[in-house]
Design a protein around this ligand. Structure first.
Ligand code: GAP
Length: 452
């Protein structure tokens, strides 16, 4: 297979977009109306994969550690939250407009403007050179109105990160769950950003999901915890089956640091369009708790009984995009191979993440085979996500499941009716073995790696 520099098959993004639509992973939002800018819907296979990644994250972050609890805060919050967090003042990108075609761009994505030479910058849309407005800051938060009056006083924001829901609930959680520092709160949920340049499919969208954790620590212990979480998070991404040679850590330079961060690392993935951020790990110090304490007038300090001292904890944050992690998993799993002159497209997903774990086929629709297949599928359901497919040639059915990433196909054929065995076809090796029908559940359980 010829491959480009990133090691992915050529033209992978276009191939992924069309596979995701064809197999029911991801659709453009409101497609029948021509779509809406950079919002996506997750179809029957997409929601399975997304849920499995989310569950794997929750297992890792909440269940595997004694010091972590979960939360699900509202998307709409008191607008003061976003003043205190700094988002009203500082969550913006520099925007320039081409005065010829009136298209707007992020100034930091236009090379000549970045270099201080706007007169040499060509407009990527209309080709005009040097016709630019001065950069102005564009806030990325979506606004809406609460209640019946549409005025400034009723303005609320769609949250641009889930993190603030955690900070403002710090005391509630700490008091009710009776946690001692260090402890951590984890949350998964929607976030919204009016991105100036969304794109690359689900990489940068205007509505997306985040999996965030805020780890509250005693000041002074923050740097050691920061190192621990860098290692834990990288190990988790690898546990999803993502190739380690396509992952790296990138340290933020001073100019890159977010307004709240003392230090930050990104876990980057080598996408077909280059190295890009998958997850951020930030040392947020006591920036957020201090700011919320000042703005709300409510004490958010932690009282350490053993040491008899009060302090505002520092926070180590790990912030991953759920939809972006899904793109990484899909891009890394996509493979093409030539078999007998034909190209086979296969998603080599970790079996524990595969939307469908086994597909059951009757070879033909006669001689009792459909009934045996339906019974076997019914038997396996509940323990595994199983589908039953009796339409099309057996070759076509295998190809559909290869594209869906289904690790095992179980075929009922003439021999099944004689000796009660079925063939199990392995998606990756294409090896086929015959096993007794009643041994299938045990076989699948053994073959399935434990969930990450
Ligand atoms: N609370 C910190 C925070 O939100 P961030 O680096 O802005 O930090 C964290 O975002 C993660 O959220 C990113 O690493 C990325 O995976 C995901 N993310 C951010 N903006 C996104 C977008 N427009 N579309 C999809 N995912 C996005």
């Amino acid at each position: 297979m010829s491959e480009n520099d990133s090691g992915h098959p050529p033209d992978l993004m276009n191939k992924l977009v069309s596979l995701c639509k064809r197999r029911g992973f991801i659709f453009q939002s409101s497609e029948i109306y021509g779509g809406v800018g950079s919002v996506y819907d997750y179809g029957p296979l997409g929601i399975e994969l997304k849920n499995k990644i989310q569950q794997a994250w929750w297992r890792e972050m909440v269940y595997r550690h004694d010091d972590i609890v979960g939360l699900d805060a509202g998307i709409l919050m008191n607008p003061e939250v976003w003043v205190a967090s700094g988002h009203v003042g500082a969550f913006s990108d520099p925007l320039v407009e081409c005065t010829n075609c009136h298209r707007r761009f992020r100034a930091d994505e236009l090379t000549e403007i970045e270099a201080g030479l706007p007169e040499a910058q060509q407009c990527p849309t209309c080709g005009t050179t040097g016709q630019w407005t001065d950069p102005r800051q564009f806030n990325l938060m979506f606004k809406t109105f609460m209640g019946v009056v549409e005025d400034e006083a009723a303005t609320v924001y769609l949250r641009p990160e889930t993190a603030q829901g955690i900070f403002v609930n710090f005391k509630n959680v700490q008091d009710s769950a009776r946690r001692k520092v260090p402890f951590d709160i984890a949350q998964v949920g929607k976030a919204f950003r009016n991105e100036i340049t969304p794109g690359n499919f689900i990489f940068r969208t205007r509505e997306f999901e985040q999996m965030e954790m805020q780890f509250f620590v005693k000041p002074g212990t923050d740097e050691a915890w920061f190192e621990t979480w860098k290692e834990r998070r990288m190990a988790w991404v690898e546990s999803l089956g993502v190739r380690s040679e396509r992952l790296r850590l990138h340290a933020h330079g001073k100019e890159e640091l977010a307004h709240y961060a003392k230090a930050a690392f990104d876990i980057e993935y080598r996408f077909p369009f280059g190295w890009q951020e998958l997850e951020g790990i930030h040392n947020r110090t006591d920036y957020d708790l201090r700011s919320h304490q000042e703005h709300s007038g409510k004490k958010l300090e932690y009282f350490d009984q053993a040491a008899n001292e009060r302090y505002l904890p520092y926070v180590i944050e790990t912030s991953a995009g759920l939809s972006r992690t899904m793109l990484v998993v899909l891009a890394d799993a996509y493979d093409e191979e030539k078999i007998e002159g034909e190209t086979r497209v296969v998603l080599r997903l970790d079996p524990a993440l595969a939307p469908v774990q086994a597909a059951v086929f009757p070879l033909v629709k006669k001689d009792g085979m459909p009934q045996i297949a339906e019974n076997l599928a019914a038997d396996l359901r509940g323990r595994f996500n199983v589908i039953h497919d009796a339409t099309g040639s057996i070759g076509r059915r295998y190809r559909r499941q290869d594209e869906a990433g289904t690790p095992f196909c179980l075929t009922i054929d003439g021999q099944t009716t004689e000796d009660g065995t079925v063939t199990v076809r392995d998606r990756d090796s294409l090896a086929q073995v015959r096993i007794p029908v009643e041994g299938v559940a045990g076989y699948l359980a053994d073959a399935m790696s434990p969930a990450p």
